[in-house]
Structures are given as C-alpha cells and as structure tokens.
Design a protein around this ligand. Structure first.
Ligand SMILES: [Zn+2]
Length: 54
C-alpha cells in the first residue's frame, strides 16, 4: 500500500509550508499562502516559506 511515488511526494512537499516564526509545519495550498489568507495555527503569524530539499 505504502508505495513510493515521486509524483505524490512532490505534491506533498509542494503543499507543505513552514512558519517562519515558530517553524511549525503546515499543509496549505500555495495559492492561499500567496494571498495571505493563512495563519499559523501555533503562533498566528502569516509568514510562511516553502520546504526545500538541499
Ligand atoms: Zn507559527
């Protein structure tokens, strides 16, 4: 069942954002982040960044 699907994983990472303030991970739609409609559940700030692998 739990097969590794690169496409699915990519999509997961695409929708994951990290709060710049408290480093809390959240799954949000990128559009909402761009529009500033999302607040961090932990600290209530609106600064998010994308998760990137180095
Ligand atoms: Zn936060």
């Amino acid at each position: 069942m739990a097969t590794k699907m690169p496409a699915a994983q990519n999509r997961l990472f695409k929708n994951m954002f990290i709060c710049k303030n408290c480093k809390h991970k959240m799954k949000i739609e990128p559009l909402k982040v761009l529009q500033g409609k999302v607040k961090c559940r932990k600290c209530g700030k609106r600064d998010f960044r994308v998760i990137r692998k180095k």
